[in-house]
Design a protein around this ligand. Structure first.
Ligand code: CA
Length: 470
């Protein structure tokens, strides 16, 4: 009898272990301002990204993966809430990038409204240990801090950019400083991209050992400015010069850091039970970091594909869909419901998400489009993507209409050929706008001109594909 009880007890114990192990870990590798063309898995002959190329072979590669905005802050606000960030007024630009600006809603303290539920809040509810490493950019004020937004652990900086090397002269603005947990400012001991990987690895090791499911966002500031690279990495690109050489070195470091994390998952024997995402927050700013988005047009801060379509890989547990592509449009808004579902959550309980759980689409259980329609908006500019068609509304010129699969570079404006469709799309875009909150802060119109000029100047990305390689 005792033996029987013992066996039952043991079976329960084993079952619990299996259940605990079955809850997949989640690692989001997130780069900053990387060019769409600047990865081996997107055909780059210049950049060296062997680790991410290997990940691409184990992953589903999304050929039309979008972010919800072509700039850092709003794109991250969308990802982390799974909601169009305009729904809560996080629209106009980064915070708090323009210190002279004062928000009508928030004064100088601009950030992700505290009532918004984050991706980490959801994962914690599912029993995950959560962490965030690197660039936050969702508000510098204490109340917006990552440890107050669902993350158990944090090592990073609150702002949008900082040096990749430790500061010897500490800047006055604390949002530029590296911070461990809350308020403990500790500069890294090595090149920042490598330091962030080491932090994530430490977190992964601890949780794997404790057999706790974990969720981490490794939010690299690479390859955002400043253009900082180590001599060793620069030396790998003797044929390049100028910013193109530096961005290549920074990309190499990014790839190495991702590789270290991926290798650690394998070494710990948890790679098959870990969902890994690699994506990027907005298109490459060709002017700032020499990032190239070819065959897409335009740069960061434009609503052409080069601003909003990003490299997007998901390696699913047990290698589901390994080495395949998925071609319907998807969004970083989908990550929250996808993670929540794979962690055992019921996506119907998520309040007000604009994303969907992607897994049924990957397995073929659902053959429809994940999104019949996607929207973008900043100030006067608005975009609607319905099916294969994309309408862009501008402040200074007539709207443009493109058939994206037929015209990936957006060079054939078909607006005059389809007046009825254009009318309908305008109506639908406006109907969506009626559901939004007013922007919590606004920029001077002059910043819109900066974005428009930048789009016009860097629209044709074919000029840059070989860049300064010659
Ligand atoms: Ca960015």
């Amino acid at each position: 009898m005792m033996n029987k009880l013992k066996i039952v007890f043991l079976l329960c114990f084993v079952q619990q272990l299996v259940i605990a192990q079955e809850k997949p870990n989640i690692v989001l590798l997130f780069s900053d301002d990387a060019g769409y063309a600047d990865f081996g898995f997107h055909g780059s002959k210049i950049m060296k990204t062997p680790n991410l190329d290997k990940l691409a072979k184990q992953a589903v590669r999304f050929t039309q993966g979008y972010v919800s905005d072509p700039t850092c802050g709003p794109s991250r606000a969308g990802l982390i809430t799974g909601r169009y960030q305009q729904r809560f007024g996080f629209e106009e630009n980064n915070v708090p990038g323009f210190m002279s600006a004062v928000s009508a809603a928030d004064g100088r303290e601009m950030g992700l409204p505290v009532e918004e539920v984050t991706i980490a809040d959801y994962m914690k509810k599912m029993g995950y240990t959560t962490s965030f490493y690197g660039k936050w950019h969702l508000g510098g004020d204490d109340r917006f801090h990552p440890v107050k937004r669902g993350f158990d652990e944090f090592y990073g900086f609150r702002g949008g950019a900082r040096s990749y090397f430790p500061y010897s002269n500490i800047p006055a603005q604390k949002m530029d400083l590296m911070e461990r947990g809350f308020g403990n400012f500790v500069e890294p001991e090595q090149y920042l991209t490598d330091a962030l990987a080491m932090e994530a690895i430490d977190f992964i090791e601890r949780n794997a050992k404790a057999k706790k499911p974990f969720f981490t966002i490794l939010s690299f500031n690479a390859v955002h400015t400043p253009m900082d690279a180590t001599k060793e990495d620069l030396d790998q690109f003797p044929e390049l010069k100028g910013k193109r050489k530096i961005v290549a070195a920074m990309t190499l470091a990014l790839d190495r850091a991702c590789g270290k994390v991926l290798d650690k998952l394998k070494e710990l024997g948890i790679d098959k039970n870990t969902l890994v995402v690699f994506t990027n927050d907005n298109g490459g700013p060709t002017d700032k970091n020499a990032g190239v988005n070819f065959p897409l047009s335009g740069t960061k801060s434009s609503h052409l594909e080069g601003g909003i379509r990003v490299p997007f890989l998901i390696k699913w547990p047990n290698n589901t869909g390994a080495n395949t592509t998925y071609d319907y449009p998807i969004s970083t808004l989908d990550l929250l419901p996808t993670f929540f579902a794979i962690g055992g959550g019921d996506v119907r309980t998520i309040k007000g998400t604009d994303g969907v759980d992607l897994l049924p689409y990957i397995t073929g259980e659902n053959t429809e489009r994940p999104h019949e329609v996607l929207f973008w908006r900043k100030d006067t500019r608005g975009v609607i993507r319905r099916g294969d068609w994309k309408l862009i509304r501008y402040p200074d010129r007539p709207a443009e209409l493109y058939n994206i699969p037929n015209d990936i570079s957006e060079t054939h404006n078909l607006v005059s050929k389809h007046p009825k469709m254009v009318k309908e799309m305008f109506k639908e875009l406006f109907a969506w706008e009626l559901t939004l909150e007013r922007p919590r802060w606004m920029l001077k119109k002059a910043f819109e001109k900066v974005d428009i000029d930048r789009m016009d100047k860097f629209r044709d990305q074919s000029k840059y594909i070989d860049g300064e390689s010659k």
